[in-house]
Design a protein around this ligand. Structure first.
Ligand SMILES: [Zn+2]
Ligand SMILES: [Zn+2]
Length: 118
């Protein structure tokens, strides 16, 4: 199951994919430039529309996995739980990276036993 945690880039709480879910989604995020280009050739539409519809597969898969309708395919790249490290024991937001020593939000120090996550 995906886990809803704070996303540092989107600045909202959002479902982050587990590695198993990521394995399901990531094939839909390959060759994105080609997918967008070919959609645009076929439909003669704006770039924005081509991005949203040409990469609709990836958005649909993400929605099926999480129940959340994302509209920006580029955001899917970083909605992967494993890249954020454990949650801060103080504020509950994720440390920004698995290697981080301090919480990026409240500056709490990471405890040694907080590294168990994977
Ligand atoms: Zn995000
Ligand atoms: Zn914190």
């Amino acid at each position: 199951m995906s886990e809803i945690i704070y996303c540092w880039r989107c600045r909202i709480d959002i479902p982050m994919l587990t590695e198993a879910e990521w394995a399901t989604l990531s094939p839909h995020l390959t060759d994105t430039v080609e997918r967008i280009k070919s959609y645009r050739r076929q439909h003669d539409c704006s770039l924005q529309e081509a991005i949203e519809k040409g990469l609709g597969d990836a958005l649909n898969v993400y929605e099926r996995l999480t129940g959340f309708r994302e509209t920006n395919p580029n955001a899917l790249w970083h909605h992967r739980r494993s890249i954020y490290g454990p949650l801060c024991p103080s504020c509950g937001k994720p440390f920004r990276t698995p290697q981080a020593r301090f919480c990026g939000m409240c500056n709490a120090e990471r405890l040694p036993d907080q590294s168990r996550d994977e």
